[in-house]
Design a protein around this ligand. Structure first.
Ligand code: SF4
Length: 212
């Protein structure tokens, strides 16, 4: 099977397996996803979802967070780890949204990439989830799974995985596909334990089935 066909087959099967898979970070405004995605580095989405409740209770909008003391942001977000650099990025990011974008998140990939603390993964997540644009989010689950499945061969660098997947995944499927990889990576194709190939819906087409 070609990689293109394999990708379409995997997309179809994961759709059936996880019909409602979406972003696991809670947000009701685009700027909140920007904050959460920064906090999610080396932290679980579940913990981020709890920590941001305190942050938004005190700073309920972009202007409030842009004006907040960085030390106070750091105190609140500390449970997510890397508190100092995350607080600094969030503060700088909110200031830019306030001063340059009228408090809105820009719907442009390159503009997002220029925001403090926003890399390709975060920019793609926002383009896909907030703006419904084509997106490939290469997080740790995505990279592990597409290598195991045989969609890419031994590529670990996120940008290279992203570029390889753009050639295989129909643009309109990218964002949801990556969310489904997260669910599959947590439940079945796990990182810390042996993957549960015996109960995996992909085990007759996956390159690594039964090997690891
Ligand atoms: S068959 Fe195994 S290695 Fe392949 S995706 Fe499923 S759990 Fe992962």
């Amino acid at each position: 099977m070609t990689k293109e066909k394999l990708a379409l087959e995997i997309i179809g099967r994961l759709k059936k397996e996880y019909p409602d898979a979406g972003c696991t970070l809670d947000y009701d405004h685009a700027w909140k996803l920007l904050v959460s995605v920064r906090l999610a580095a080396q932290c679980t989405d579940a913990r981020v979802n709890v920590v941001v409740e305190d942050l938004y209770a005190k700073y309920p909008d972009v202007d409030a967070l842009a004006e907040a003391d960085v030390e106070d942001i750091e105190r609140i977000v500390k449970p997510c780890g890397l508190g100092h650099s995350k607080a600094r990025d969030i503060s700088a990011c909110m200031k830019i949204l306030k001063e340059q974008y009228g408090g809105k998140v820009p719907d442009d990939f390159d503009a997002l990439l220029k925001l403090p603390g926003v890399g390709r993964k975060s920019a793609n997540l926002i383009m896909g989830d907030v703006f419904g644009k084509p997106a490939i989010v290469t997080d740790t689950h995505c990279i592990r799974l597409v290598n195991r499945m045989g969609l890419v061969d031994g590529i670990k660098e996120p940008k290279k995985v992203e570029m390889a997947l753009w050639k295989l995944v129909p643009p309109e499927e990218g964002s949801d596909f990556c969310h489904r990889l997260v669910f599959h990576g947590r439940d079945v194709c796990t990182a810390r334990t042996k993957p549960h190939c015996e109960s995996c819906c992909l085990n007759d087409i996956c390159k690594k089935a039964g090997v690891e």
